[in-house]
Design a protein around this ligand. Sequence first.
Ligand code: GLN
Ligand code: ZN
Length: 770
Amino acid sequence: MASGSSSSEMASHIVGYPRMGPKRELKFALESFWDGKSSADDLKKVSADLRSSIWKQMSDAGIKYIPSNTFAYYDQVLDTTAMLGAVPPRYGWTGGEIEFDVYFSMARGNATVPAMEMTKWFDTNYHYIVPELGPDVKFSYASHKAVNEYKEAKALGVDTVPVLVGPVSYLLLSKPAKGVEKSFNLLSLLPKILAIYKEVVTELKAAGASCIQFDEPLLVMDLDSHKLQAFTDAYAELESTLSGLNVIVETYFADVTPEAYKTLISLKGVTGFGFDLIRGTQSLELIKGGFPSDKYLFAGVVDGRNIWANDLAASLALLQSLQGLVGKDKLVVSASCSLLHTAVDLVNETKLDDEIKSWLAFAAQKVVEVNALAKALSGQKDEAFFSANAAAQASRKSSPRVNNEAVQKAAAGLKGSDHRRATNVSARLDAQQKKLNLPILPTTTIGSFPQTVELRRVRREYKAKKISEEEYVKAIKEEINKVVKLQEELDIDVLVHGEPERNDMVEYFGEQLSGFAFTVNGWVQSYGSRCVKPPIIYGDVSRPNPMTVFWSSAAQSMTSRPMKGMLTGPVTILNWSFVRNDQPRHETCYQIALAIKDEVEDLEKAGINVIQIDEAALREGLPLRKSEHGFYLKWAVHSFRITNVGVQDTCQIHTHMCYSNFNDIIHSIIDMDADVITIENSRSDEKLLSVFREGVKYGAGIGPGFYDIHSPRIPPTEEIADRIRKMLAVLESNVLWVNPDCGLKTRRYGEVQPGLVEHGCCSPSTPPRA
Ligand code: GLN
Ligand code: ZN
């Protein structure tokens, strides 16, 4: 090949890569370590092996800019907190390099101290550990992980791009520490943390790094000029330290506003800018309007948030037009964001048929797509690869498995109308109370009970057809019976069946709906070692048969107390699935809502008078930019109402949401028109109670979580009682429900039982038990 061809070779870049491993190797290593079953060295070994295989894979694929430090034992924001030595004093860290004990205590809590707060990472289902900062934090360079990983890769022969959470995004993702005024200006800490960033960059340079990536995803949010100025200041301050390096500032999850764009492309010391060109169209328009001639454009054209094969022909056309704008040697092909948010490797999917597989690309395949696009741009197009891709795109468009006319018609008929129950919530609660006769401060749980090894075995063996349906039903009924008896002993008022038949609250429904496909290893990290395996919605959705009626009826027959039917709502099914990208999300959501509506009505007919429709993920689907909130909330809330518009007043509809951060969407939550709302609260402070009060004004029952199920820590009785008292002080007692803040699935019986007894102890309706 002529020597000129290598200089015109287009470069490829990967923003970040999943950490868990193709078969969740990291999860198992972490959990085994936490359980004391393996050593720190074992965990480190598994992790190092994962990193090295990822680097090797990208390097074999031909990626030019390969990331390092995108691995994390728990979370990349927590890694940054460790790097900066910003450990809250309660974890007893006394200095030196931060090791597992302190790191995992911050992440998960320990016997005496609860975990740090965890919250959603933008609009993904990933959760990060929220830094707690105040004016007195003594920052110090306390974790050399970024440098260590860079060196580790280098020793393996791979020159990587160390990735750091950018300083401004880090601060804007933080919260003021306890005791620090809420009005504390987190950005005032910028000079202090930049001093540490400089140390890190200097050390990376010394280790041989030639390129560094700063992730500044905050740049896609609505930012005031003060915040934008912080970006300008930060990089100006870093400029001299960064000199001699290629520096990428990466944005993702949405396009950028014109103001943010202007700030971004003017940053000092930065040589390349990364854009998500999948979400929103504005970034592209802005780039077309002018891009600095001496800078690199990292064009995120391969969707990092989804599992669909890229439409390579369309991407190539886009890239070619960008090439014309920014110049041949200044365009770098990239993914829209870190591949952390997609599944790992399609190679391990043994159960998907070839047709569906041809429509898909997971992280490993996306790496190949990115590189294939880069090569095609430089004139080395892999024709076979491109034509196979074009054939797959065409087959997906025309497949009868994708198109169901009846469903399309029914969903189209919903648009523009407003489905709502006929009576208001107070009248309905009266009608329900006559039927249910509940005590004040009624107790309930959110649905799932712990899933024992034995239970998982039963489900697995049934799925593998190793045990008969009869044996399976018997085993599950026994489990339900156990859970029912336990709740009766604890004197809980509204019972649940414990969801033993469910592996996952979305997958369980998706498996019974048409239009869904399932992977065996398509896991995506949710938080820490926890992963979810989102179903793939590839076609029009319908419900061929009832999904939960059999189990709920069986459970109801075991008790005279009300048994809650337990469903996952349409918005949550949507938001926790990989959604088709060939029609608007709301159209898919309406289709799911109609399917759940059928189920709600069948449950009511079967004598289930309390039905919980979980919308755990409604908020996380909220678009990042305010201008788009209204439209999303309108169709999301409408979808929820569609599910239960057909029941009688006496049927009590609960909804549960896995968050408490709803100040901005309280009116939409009210507009869902549920009878009882349970929400996650136990990890946040009580200040939001005033917002609650706003919310309950309209009369629904409300159940703020009193027990943090995400942490193994069992709160002492007095702590829960105190919380209840505080709530009662601001809320009307007749609307307050007492419940944990989420399902108990992730906990063990040894933890759950005492936790629930504590609940019982505090509620006047449930006298303490010996
Ligand atoms: N009903 C579900 C459960 O208890 C709700 C879980 C959730 O909100 N994440 O597991
Ligand atoms: Zn929840």
